[in-house]
Every structure is written in C-alpha cells, then in structure tokens.
Design a protein around this ligand. Sequence first.
Ligand SMILES: Cc1ncc(COP(=O)(O)O)c(C=O)c1O
Length: 342
Amino acid sequence: MQEKRRDIPYPVRVDLARTPTPLEPLIHVSEEMGVEVHIKRDDLTGAELTGNKVRKLEFLLADALQRGSDTVLTCGAAQSNHARATAIAAAKLGIKTRLLLRTRNPANPPSLEGNILLDRLVGAEIIWLTFDEYGRRVEILEREAELLRASGKTPYIIPEGGSNALGAWGYVRMVEELAKDPKGLLEKGNGSTTIVHATGSGGTTAGLVLGVKLLGLEARVVGINVCNDKNYFTKVVSEICNTAMANYQLEIPFSPLEDIHIVDGYVGEGYGKASVQVLSLLVDLARTEGIILDPVYTGKAFYGMTQELKRNPKVFGNKVIFVHTGGIFGLLPMAAQLESLV
Ligand SMILES: Cc1ncc(COP(=O)(O)O)c(C=O)c1O
C-alpha cells in the first residue's frame, strides 16, 4: 500500500456482498497470451447476489434505508443482472421491488427463466416496457414513484445498472481490496498493471477510475464496452466521476481523456448478441480454467481483451487483472445458442 494514501470518505454502506473476493491467476490464459493475467472473482460476491451490482447496491440500498424507503424502483433489460441483484438484496432488507424491464412485446413477455425467475421468486413486481417506452425510462421511473407515493409508499429510484455517483463507491471499495491484496499487483514498482472489465452502463468503470485516483495508484482502468460506443461511455463515465467528485468533495486529479480508457470494437451485432467467437471462447475458458463467463458482458469483454493481447501482449502493461463481474444467470437461458458448441 502506498504511504501517501488518502482517507477515503465512504458514504454509509450496508453489508450485502461476500468480500473480499479472490484474486486468482489464469494460468493457461497467461501462457497463451504471453503476459500475466489474473482474474478478480466478483462473480463470487454471493451465490444469488453474484456479480458487480451488489457492490453498488451496498451503498444505494443503505441510502434507501436511511431515507425510510419501503419500495425500490429500477430498470433494465429482461435478463438484467442488476434488476435481479436489486430484487434479492431488497428482499433481504425487507424492501419491496418494482422492476421496469424491456421486451419486444410486453403482451407476450419472456419466459420465467434465469434472472427473471429469480426476480419473481423474491416477489419483485415486473412492469414490461417496449423498447420505445424504455427510451423514456427516467420519466417512467418518476411516474411510477409518484404512483407509489400517492398510495402511501416511500419509493427509492435506482438508475439503470445502479450507475450513479453513489453506486460507484462499490468499485472504489473494490480497488481498495485489490490494493490490499497480498499479491501486490497494484503496488508501485511492481510493473504496470491494467484493470480490464466489461462496461455496460458505466458505473463500474467510474468506480474503478475513482478508486485508482483516490488511492494514488498507477494502475490503468480499461473498460470494454458491450453496447453503445467509446464516445458515449467516455461521456457517461466522466459525468459519474465529476458528480462523485462534486458530491463528496473528492480532490483528485481527473482528466477524462487520460483516465477513462474504453476499448471499442467488441459490441458485435449489438447488446446481448454474442458471436460464435465469443461463445467459443466462453466454452474454452470453462474447460481450461473452470471459469464461467456470460455471453452478454464478461464473455464479450474477455474476448475483447484476448483479441487486444493477441495483437500486442504488452498492450495492457506487464500484468492484467480481468474483473469477472458475474452474469451466470443470464447464461442459463441461452442453451439454444450454446448447444452446438458443448
Ligand atoms: C455481469 C455484468 N458485468 C458487467 C456489467 C457492466 O457493469 P456497469 O453497468 O457498471 O457498466 C453488468 C451490468 O451492466 C453486468 O450485469
């Protein structure tokens, strides 16, 4: 740990995640890529709460509790990991959940599998939105909150992916975990290290960037976007970082162009659509390392990382930490795409 470490002004947090998560070497991948690759097992933040979202929810739901909220409202794709983690975490805290999920035809919603099954199992109410309506999600979340208030409830809105300045603290905390890890991968003088991860709504990237800055580390943060593009996420992540800096009086040097690195080019046919190359890599990694990725987030990001490393093994410096942000429940309903590969 660096001597000039600052005290980190964490907001109030409720314990939900199993942390610290393990940091493990990926032996076969490292050999194949010609560079040390490690994996931060944030898929092990909990069996049912698996993934990155629970780290954000520790701060978001603590805020909801402090405000006396009894119902949490959030939104996402049909198989949203964030929606599932919210519904389960809220159930643990005695809070009700109303989810706004998007689907092609709300009159014929997706079947009860994967994350959706878990949403319903813990009693979340699901309102299905068309893609058009989902484009107006901020307004619709507000409208739902108003309806809840009118019926005497105290709602709390969590934005898509839990990605805002408060949720980002979850990944500040994760950087602190990495910095304290006995492997010392983020220690100065231990060579350059890059933290690679999937970027889906930007909050994880923002938290990682803020964490590295607050701890005065030299690590680079690289997000591989699974939807939208580099410009979009540079803007979104920069907004979250700037809001956090303003809200929590964080005096850190921050320059979006120098600190936010989004590697674009791996979205493929679009959000949620994985190519056969991504699916094949997912199968390979399961067989060689026993690591289960998902096709929507971690599989795409891992594929992007390996493609970049194949071009230049030192593109991410001497060491790489891939953050496994979870997603296994989204994989389970995808048997049809995987059948020919397994
Ligand atoms: C499994 C998984 N990995 C990565 C991400 C991306 O994280 P973020 O939304 O913070 O960019 C998400 C959610 O979007 C996710 O569900």
